[in-house]
Design a protein around this ligand. Sequence first.
Ligand code: UD1
Ligand code: UDP
Length: 364
Amino acid sequence: MKKAMLVFGTRPEAIKMCPLVNELKDRSGEFETVVCVTGQHREMLDQVLHVFGVEPDHDLHVMKLGQTLFDITSDVLLKIKSVLEEERPDVVLVHGDTTTSFAAALAAFYLQIPVGHVEAGLRTRDLYSPWPEEFNRQAVDVVSKWYFAPTETSRQNLLDEAKPGDRIFVTGNTGIDALRHTVRDNYTHPELDWAEGSRLILITAHRRENLGEPMHRMFCAIRRVMEERPDTKAIYPIHMNPQVRKAAHEELDGFDRLRIIDPLEVVDFHNFMARSHLILTDSGGIQEEAPSLGKPVLVMRDTTERPEGVAAGTLRLVGTGEENIYREFSRLLDDTAAYAEMSRASNPYGDGHASERIADILSR
Ligand code: UD1
Ligand code: UDP
């Protein structure tokens, strides 16, 4: 019997790790599965745990208002030590590029426990974009023993860094696993009823490097474009970060065709995506989900570690400059050929069976 400990702490990690938790738990004859959440996020993490019915065995409760990278890194590192020593798993599985993942992988390395990196090999090669995530994902890959790369491109990134090819597995992205079950034709929600008859724009934004001026520029551009087009309505399920909330309310309050609402549960969010006309975001996970749904995304960032979605035609990088976002957003609303070009569904991030593949590999 192998003991696998999964460590995660934020919303996107939970969305992509819970399918794997449940897959490993279904194989209880083969695996003892231990879940340790850091609580880097609280409400947004608990929402996801509830949806997937996952009850953590350990919770480090690290979140505090306005937490810094120093707080998260040191709190996770110090608090996870005794959990790892008590559980002594055969493998610690972490996901992606958060500070939870970095600190948990480092702790496992200090105790010489093998690390498996789910969603390994994504790269922009710019340590400041996204910041600090590009550092986190590279650092996790330095200490990992097994690499679960979502795509061939990410496998190649790892090979370019001389990671051993026999420990890299292309599995697809576990985020797509959830999408197979969430989107329904008969889904309804009062906010979608409100937007009925208009082109629905879905918005999210939260990146650390975009806090402050870039975020103000994004919101100004979005408001200008929408004020000029009365057939549009926007829903913005806002991140709980108070800095994001302050900027959004300063720029967007008083415009009644744009509604700022609390974070949606993932089932709701996926159905909102499926019903939207287009999406404006700086999120990573949304860039992976949108191609499967054939929804155009304007990515409000300067770089992306998800080139597959750009190549598939669904994603366009528009930066954080007000004029560029204004121009690209306007064009996508007005140019039907450009819109149709970006609306073709494809599955660059896998077929929705990534968790099964990872479990198969771990059992070998
Ligand atoms: C984190 C990750 C980022 C990921 C994002 C997903 C790092 C450094 N950043 O960034 O990679 O893309 O999660 O959303 O790991 N808050 C709450 N309740 C919650 C969640 C957050 O109140 O459930 C507030 C707190 O005041 C917290 C702040 O949001 O201090 C920021 O949270 P934090 O995890 O530090 O940063 P994110 O931007 O969420
Ligand atoms: N999401 C959600 N509710 C929301 C907004 C997003 O469940 O209100 C989901 C979305 O479908 C995706 C993930 O959260 O799976 C993305 O998380 P986030 O943007 O916070 O982080 P990132 O992916 O940028 O790290």
